[in-house]
Ligand binder design. Structure first.
Ligand SMILES: Cc1cc2nc3c(=O)[nH]c(=O)nc-3n(C[C@H](O)[C@H](O)[C@H](O)COP(=O)(O)O)c2cc1C
Length: 192
């Protein structure tokens, strides 16, 4: 399974990259999982302003960073969105990136890792409304993490208290990865 891990914030001093490193390390230990980190900082997408909605524009031709972003998604069998909660939702930079998506995630499974003062709960809730708009499938399990700057060190190691909590992020990530592998296989059969 090709698994893309999207880093959903871009601000200076962000901490979402720590959570993404953690997820990439854990996912990378699984058999048959090939991880690619997709960092929105590398695309620097302009604000979406296309005249026609991407899914309704058969003449659409993309170029530059937009093309690269969409190709990065199209290459995956499944993705994990790692997002902070900003103002009770996901960051604008992440929503803007999703507004470019046409069919690149069509019938592919998406897992969510969110973090924030309230463990990213409202970011997860909003994302679960957005994901079907990209024709993708949100897997049932998600990973709720306290503010990532305190949860992980700079290299993405989960702190000891959270790591030993049986209801904490470590067990949730393992369970969500199992979902992603299973849904990826199932959805691949209907994409054929
Ligand atoms: C602009 C902004 C708005 C935020 N709004 C919320 C919020 O509504 N709910 C919440 O739980 N945390 C909120 N936070 C806290 C962030 O979710 C938390 O600090 C997160 O780890 C930041 O991720 P980042 O460092 O990758 O930007 C906000 C932080 C910022 C910068």
């Amino acid at each position: 399974m090709k698994l893309g891990i999207i880093i959903g914030s871009t601000r200076d001093g962000r901490s979402t990259d720590r959570a993404a490193k953690w997820a990439a390390t854990v996912a990378g230990t699984l058999d048959d999982v090939e991880v690619t980190t997709i960092d929105l900082r590398e695309y620097d997408l302009p604000m979406f302003n296309e005249a026609i909605s991407p899914q309704y524009n058969p003449e659409r031709r993309t170029e530059g960073v937009v093309k690269q972003w969409l190709e990065a998604l199209a290459a995956q069998d499944a993705v994990i969105v790692v997002t902070p909660e900003y103002n009770r939702s996901i960051p604008g930079v992440l929503k803007n990136a999703f507004d470019y998506v046409a069919y690149e995630l069509d019938r592919k499974p998406v897992g969510i890792i969110a973090h924030g003062s309230a463990n990213g709960a409202q970011a997860i809730s909003h994302l679960r409304g957005i994901i079907p708009g990209m024709l993708a499938v949100s897997v049932p399990r998600a990973v709720f993490v306290p503010v990532a700057g305190g949860a992980f060190d700079e290299s993405g190691v989960l702190n000891a208290d959270l790591a030993k909590n049986p209801y904490g992020p470590a067990g949730a990530l393992t369970a969500m990865l199992t979902d992603l592998v299973e849904y990826s296989k199932a959805l691949a059969t209907i994409r054929k």
